[in-house]
Design a binder for this molecule. Structure first.
Ligand code: ZN
Ligand code: ZN
Length: 104
């Protein structure tokens, strides 16, 4: 886990590393399976395991499974050399935050 700036949330959030992201993906898939089986359950109950896992790893009580799914370090590029915010994608050529051109 690492605290990184999220472009969607516009704030620093705990992001999951590759291994943690894999576990979270599996828990998310499980949540969807359960949601299909038990239509009556509120969504948050189906994803309880995922939300608990995220809390264990990050200490952050997230209530929206969708938010966790874009908080994977792997989705983003490396940190900007100038301002330290992660590039929005691995292929990004400049930093929208400070305008720094990435040295590729
Ligand atoms: Zn976010
Ligand atoms: Zn920057």
């Amino acid at each position: 886990m690492e605290i990184k700036y999220c472009w969607r949330c516009r704030m620093d959030v705990p992001m999951l590393d590759k291994k943690e992201g894999e576990i979270a993906s599996n828990l998310l898939a499980e949540g969807f399976q359960e949601a299909k089986k038990m239509m009556k359950n509120p969504i948050s109950e189906n994803f309880r395991k995922l939300l608990d896992y995220y809390k264990d790893v990050t200490g952050f009580e997230e209530t929206n499974p969708n938010a966790i799914m874009h908080h994977f370090i792997d989705l983003y590029g490396p940190d900007c050399e100038n301002c330290g915010k992660p590039y929005r994608t691995k292929a990004a050529t400049y930093c929208p935050k400070c305008g720094n051109k990435r040295k590729l």
